[in-house]
Design a protein around this ligand. Structure first.
Ligand SMILES: NC(=O)c1ccc[n+]([C@@H]2O[C@H](COP(=O)([O-])OP(=O)(O)OC[C@H]3O[C@@H](n4cnc5c(N)ncnc54)[C@H](O)[C@@H]3O)[C@@H](O)[C@H]2O)c1
Length: 378
């Protein structure tokens, strides 16, 4: 069987999530490749060595550039903060590697377009990891929309709520630095929500938004010293969207919603029915069938796992829940098929550019107080 050699850059949260998914892929899904964890790149040599040992990588390096000119690496996964995504992705694609990149795609939509252009030029497969698309319940929602069960979509209510910013003594980290992250929850969390809105409703046409920073500075390490460091991103971002197909929506994101650990939710209301999803109950999809007479009708809870549902049949018998890590495996299943078939996977860097344009329009709206059309200069 052909081998696909995988290298990752970054040994943090996503380093673990991607390593786990690559390890699981060939055990649960039939793929025409043997997946080989070839090399992990980090910044701290000793930490990277330990990571390689724990996750079963053959090699490690403290310099990601050394991955580029090796013939024995096919895929590079970029699992680092946003400011270095473009540099790493373009270099990897110029070297002929297929690329998986974490969200948000890059700091600007223009950077994402450069990444997309390089993917086309190099003829490689690019995948932007908006993993929530491949939660079986979300994939089922897409299928139901395509089958016409929802009818004309009128409303999208999306929210991505977390709580980890609310403690003022929580130390400064890269997610609070505009130069590295580009924005706060507006990019970090709303990028996922905009991806889902584009996936399930369509292209946004115009945006209005408000953002807020509640805690202006935090304790943290800088240049080896303990300091009080200014927060340069939003702590919360609320936006209202008009879609090209006429639907209206909103997306709220925050790190200040006490009690919401990873509250990624949406509600979608159409002429024939409604769908509701809550990631904290990710094995369920709620469906209201508006074509059934109101008497006796209510939201139906569909337990989305087991054979017959998207991706689920590869795992466990019906009713045996899956978790956060599984949609990463689903994404890599589709990604390696795109490599095999010389086809594409979505979302890719072109989608990344469209998502970033919406988010940058929201940022501009928050600054100017104006509604911003996506055809305008963003
Ligand atoms: N898909 C998701 O649901 C999801 C969830 C969390 C984070 N993310 C995204 O994943 C990316 C990484 O986030 P994380 O939470 O894993 O961060 P993290 O801070 O846990 O890990 C980042 C890693 O990148 C390494 N790194 C930073 N700069 C580097 C460089 N120049 N060269 C080599 N390594 C470098 C760090 O040493 C660290 O190992 C971000 O883009 C983030 O938005 C996605």
């Amino acid at each position: 069987m052909k081998k696909l050699n995988v290298a990752i850059i970054g040994t943090g949260f996503m380093g673990r999530a991607h390593s786990n998914a690559w390890s699981q892929l060939g055990k649960f899904f039939n793929i025409p490749f043997e997946i080989n964890l070839k090399c992990v790149a980090g910044r701290d040599e000793e930490k990277t060595r330990k990571f390689a040992q724990r996750w079963g990588y053959e090699e490690y390096t403290a310099d990601w550039h050394t991955l580029l000119n090796r013939d024995d690496i096919d895929i590079i996964c970029i699992l680092t903060p946003t400011d270095v995504h473009k540099e790493m992705a373009v270099a990897a694609m110029q070297a002929g590697k297929h690329v998986v990149c974490e969200k948000p795609c890059a700091l600007t939509w223009q950077d994402c377009e450069e990444m997309a252009a390089q993917a086309r030029k190099a003829g490689v497969v690019s995948y932007l990891n908006h993993n929530y698309r491949r939660v079986p319940a979300v994939a089922l929602a897409k299928k139901m929309i395509e089958e016409g069960k929802i009818g004309t979509v009128y409303h999208w209510k999306g929210a991505y709520l977390q709580e980890w910013g609310i403690n003022a003594s929580s130390p400064f980290r890269w997610q609070f630095d505009k130069n590295i992250a580009g924005a706060g929850p507006l990019y970090d969390l709303s990028s996922h929500a905009v991806d889902l809105a584009r996936f399930l409703v369509g292209e946004p046409k115009s945006v209005m938004a408000m953002t807020k920073t509640f805690i202006a500075e935090r304790p943290g390490q800088q240049d080896g010293e303990q300091k009080v460091i200014p927060v340069t991103v939003d702590d919360a971002a609320f936006m209202v969207l008009e879609f090209e197909n006429g639907a209206l929506g909103n997306i709220d994101s925050t790190r200040y919603a006490a009690g919401r650990k990873n509250g990624n939710t949406f509600e979608l209301y159409g002429s024939k029915g409604s769908i509701c999803f809550d990631f904290e109950r990710m094995n369920e999809l709620e469906f209201y069938d508006n074509t059934v007479p109101a008497c006796g009708n209510g939201y139906k809870k569909i337990i989305v796992n087991g054979a017959g549902y998207p991706y689920s049949g590869a795992w466990w018998p019906a009713g045996h829940s899956i978790g956060y890590e599984h949609p990463f495996v689903h994404a890599f299943y589709d990604f390696v098929q795109a490599i095999e078939n010389h086809s594409e996977i979505t979302p890719n860097f072109e989608d990344g550019a469209r998502i970033m344009k919406v988010l940058q329009a929201a940022q501009k709206s928050a600054e100017t107080g104006k509604r911003i059309g996506l055809e305008e200069e963003v």
